[in-house]
Design a protein. Sequence first.
Length: 149
Amino acid sequence: MLVKKLLVVLALSAGLVSPAAAQRKPPVKAPAKIAAGIPAALLAVGKSVYAQNCLTCHQADGLGVDGLNPPLVKNDYVLGGKPRLVKVLLNGLQGVDINGEQYHNVMPAQELTDAQMAAVLTYVRNAFGNKASSVSVAEVKAVRATNKK
């Protein structure tokens, strides 16, 4: 800290930096953009559900683990049809290729409410650089009602 103060004093005395510039704080980063038309509160709930249930396997950046857990970034399952994605949470998943890659860990069925599923799927479809429509509670309920394992 003393060195930093000394450098500022030297810069000021040499005329290299104005006093106003020496006191400027770095610019504050703009908040992350919120997906168009999706309430921030819904994304916050989805992020929380993700942190509690998905993060361990799919990682904080959504990139998964090579050969074990698929990435959620630009993934056909994530960005494709919502009923198939809801069924992944309802039934789990194993032994499928995702975007041409084989992943060997078994994803168990998730014991989440319809609201939690809708929130986390909406979050995943709009996080990690993904941009897709939200998943509603009604859509989850409809898939659950007709779901056959």
